[in-house]
Design a protein around this ligand. Sequence first.
Ligand code: ADA
Length: 478
Amino acid sequence: GMWARVYVDGELLAESRQPYSQLEITVPAAAAATRDIVVVSDNRFNRQRLPLLEQFFDFYAYGGIFRSVYWHELPARALDRVQLTTLDVASGRVRADVRFREAFTSKRTASLTVDGKLLPPVKLTVRKGQADFEFTVPEPAPWSPASPALHTCELGVGDDAVTERFGLRTVGVADGVVAINGEPVKLLGYCRHEAHPQFGPALPLDQLVQDLHLLRDLGCNFVRGSHYPQDPRFLDLCDELGFVVFEESMGWGQQVEHFVDPVFQDLQVAQTETMVRKSYNHPCVALWGFLNEGASHKPESRAIYERLATTLRALDSTRLVTYASMHPLDDLNLDLVDVVSINCYPGWYAQDKELVAPSSEIVPRLDAIRASLAARGFGGKPFLVSEIGAGAIYGWRDPLHAHWSEEYQQEYLRVVCEEVVKNPAIAGVALWQFCDGRTYASARALMRPRAFNNKGTLDEYRRPKLAYGTVRSIFRKE
Ligand code: ADA
């Protein structure tokens, strides 16, 4: 976070320009018994060095090392990953795409162990470091939110082996909503930032577990990882607990000046590729996204939106492509997506400043957005409310239910959740947001008291606000 250089034995080996992404470095062998690794990280804003990050983002760009660091000692022609794709859920038929770390061409015999059971050896024809084959899981159990069964596959080639955990499931669309294994699933959940006052973005495992237990308690089955790929351990837990995840590469409100910059474009594509390569075996991930609230209503946005959608589909055609748009009435790129995801804040950033009861704006606004989408030919795609919410300062109670009071937020989220649950035309919601999070006050000081985004249903220490019980009772009934 957010930019880094890695030196080994005093030599610069790598530079990281993809915040929240996995960085892999090949360290050359050396005779010395001990090695010296230095990571220099910097979270200052610098458009040239780090074009993916901007000062106007509404989340704090923490510095330092966010995620676990691993050292692997690898043989020559080591395996990289095995991408597993469900071909048939019922029979447990799976396709395995094997990638080695070197682009060699040869024939190899691999050992294959699935769920601890040794299957017959596999003959691999490796071309430019890639091979594929199919196998059948001996005792297949489908993955679903209600029953998140997982399988493991260990592939051994020569002196190397990799283990991948995966789920047997398909993602599609049925009855205007997202479907897992053909079964429609109404998505009820939250947007979540990886942040905590004591840990920054480097959350201990216990905190990841607690976050998911709170989401489960709230009756949620869905998380949008805003606005960057979440910790891989969090996705592991989502796999285990049966959450459906919308994973997106890092973006926030980028404009035409970014879209026309070739360096920005290439990095945007590169970080999106890294995200897919890291997450493809997580059954929890059902939706791929990018460029949260970019200027998708401008013609100049077309090229990069098209490139990103194409990149996602080329790397993984088994999931749904979307992006969170804040331009529901004039977005120019919705033909590219499988799911229309709309961020909107009726009754918070109120349209009508005179309104006495701002929450009365919510349902008419959602109806108007859907009508406009239908009129433009997007009515057949699932409609997901990818953000909606209102701010409340923890502990601020007010009998007049003023803006920023817990009561105001409670009433707001009640109206939203009731509408989402009862309206079959809404595929789901990712409420904004799970918990309060540190941001910058520079550009919007009067909208971000404490320099926090205060729209959490919990505060930054995960203390529930009044709305918690309200969301919980509505979602849990569903
Ligand atoms: C946007 C944005 C969020 C947050 C939110 C808000 O929708 O995607 O990150 O800034 O607005 O609180 O206004």
